[in-house]
Design a protein around this ligand. Structure first.
Ligand code: NAD
Length: 455
């Protein structure tokens, strides 16, 4: 394999000789910034992505059914921000000096170095094809690694356009490798490969478990997993109701519900329940469903046929189990994979739709008794997932208490979906481990070496 290395050269020498020993050819070492502080390939890549943002957003709309305006702002916009953010980290990765053995006569010095792990494999899902690629790839490159990326089989196109831009940005061939293909073949080969030292995975819990096993059995690869979710959103009667309705809508219907942190279950306090449901249903009625390329469309087609079928079955099961279907529940009668924004109420804890992720535009509402804060918390936490959660209340004490008790990697208070490149993102429990974004993401692609001197 031809490999070029980008990032920190200082601590990378051992990695390079290791790669050479394994028979790879190092075709270039790219340091950021270079000696006169000018080279900034990740920043340049971000600039190029910005210049091509409309094209990238159009591809995402055609390939993933993302609504163009959202694709421009979120799918592509946040991808650009992610590369800019991690470009700034390239020359700030450092270890520490640690006092050891203080009571002994020998003098010691211990220092730590943070090194790139080597060749990394990145395996991503289809809901935000470019953004998921960017979250992982930017941190991986800033940490000084090379990368092999496997996009989801149904959405490879923005990854291929991205590959073209990396060459224009002057990133040497071999640093970023894109291998579209099936999970069972290409993804599995990456997880099994003895030269790959780390897998960054985003996708379902089922495949994540399988990948973790493959990483362990092949060569004990480092692995981070961003998996499924069924995130609870608790709405207390003392909230700003208009904001709760607005954010409750986006917590479910953002990106057609194909959103890993989507609120999978809303718990609404009894005294405002009916009013909340009425206002949500009014808002759903105003949503414009249609061609994702039109600038006024709110709700585009689902990603692919199999997913559409899954959503239909999910709703049928909800009805069979006795939940009330307030609106939606069917495919929209027009060509394409359009599914109606759907609202269920009277959802009980034992029901399938209360427990399983739909990954679609389906709001699942349960009520809780007025004042029963601990009761609703235990129901909200009674899930094997722990990706995100949310709470709406005007009471700061309640907000602090609830955010303490919710067992999820992210808690949104009086907002939802507010992810930021600087803030770590990742789940608890069977939603996985390891973080994307923020400084924490760098550690997923670094290894720490301890060097101890005696003098
Ligand atoms: P998936 O697990 O089916 O596939 C994800 C990726 O893994 C794809 O690229 C697929 O080709 C690959 N893959 C499949 N089998 C593999 C194998 N044996 N070895 C290696 N790779 C393999 O998930 P999906 O259907 O693409 O995405 C939907 C799921 O992703 C949902 O459960 C959603 O919650 C989750 N998701 C999580 C996050 C997060 O940040 N936690 C973000 C987006 C999506």
């Amino acid at each position: 394999m031809k490999i070029a290395v980008i990032g920190q050269s200082l601590f990378g020498q051992e990695v390079y000789s290791h790669l050479r020993k394994e028979g790879h050819e190092i075709v270039g070492v790219f340091t950021i910034p270079d000696k006169d502080g000018k080279a900034d390939p990740l920043g340049e890549l971000a600039d190029l992505m910005e210049q091509h943002q409309e094209e990238l957003a159009t591809i995402e709309a055609l390939d993933a059914g993302a609504v163009y305006t959202l694709a421009l702002k979120t799918h592509v916009g946040m991808s650009i921000q992610t590369f800019r953010y991690f470009a700034g980290w390239c020359d700030k990765i450092q270890g520490s000096t640690i006092p050891i053995n203080q009571a002994r006569p020998n003098r010691n010095l211990t220092l730590t170095k943070k090194e790139p792990v080597g060749v990394c494999g990145i395996i991503i899902p289809w809901n935000y094809p470019l953004m998921m690629l960017s979250w992982k790839t930017a941190a991986c490159l800033a940490a000084g690694n090379t990368v092999v990326i496997k996009p989801a089989q149904v959405t490879p196109l923005t990854a291929l356009k991205f590959a073209e831009l990396t060459l224009k940005a002057g990133i040497p061939k071999g640093v970023i490798n894109i291998l579209p293909g099936s999970g069972s073949l290409v993804g599995q080969r990456l997880a099994d490969h003895p030269d790959v030292r780390k897998i960054g995975f985003t996708g379902s819990t089922e495949v994540g478990k399988h990948i973790m096993k493959s990483c362990a059995l092949s060569n004990v690869k480092k692995v981070s997993l961003e998996l499924g979710g069924k995130s609870p959103l608790i709405i207390f009667a003392d909230c700003d109701l208009s904001k709760a309705v607005q954010m409750g809508m986006s917590s479910v219907f953002f990106n057609k519900g194909e959103n890993c942190i989507a609120a999978g279950r809303l718990f609404v306090e009894d005294s405002i329940h009916d009013q909340f449901v009425r206002r949500v249903v009014e808002e759903v009625g105003k949503m414009k469903i249609g061609n994702p390329l039109n600038r006024d469309t709110d709700h585009g087609p689902q990603n692919h046929q199999a997913h559409l079928n899954k959503l239909r079955e999910y709703c049928q099961r909800g009805v069979r189990e006795g939940a009330t279907l307030v609106c939606g529940g069917n495919q929209v009668p027009r060509p394409g994979f359009f599914f109606e924004p759907t609202v269920f109420t009277d959802v009980e804890d034992h029901m399938f739709i209360a427990k399983e992720e739909s990954f679609g535009p389906i709001m699942v509402i349960s009520r809780f008794a007025d004042g029963d804060m601990d009761g609703v918390l235990s129901r909200a936490n009674a899930t094997e997932f722990g990706l995100a959660s949310g709470v709406f209340t005007r009471d700061i004490n309640k907000a602090l208490y609830v955010s303490d008790k919710l067992a999820a990697g992210t808690v949104f208070v009086n907002t939802y979906n507010k992810t930021d490149v600087a803030a770590p993102f990742g789940g608890f429990k069977q939603s996985g481990f390891g973080k994307d974004l923020g400084e924490a993401a760098l550690n997923e692609y670094l290894r720490v070496k301890t060097v101890t001197f005696e003098y």
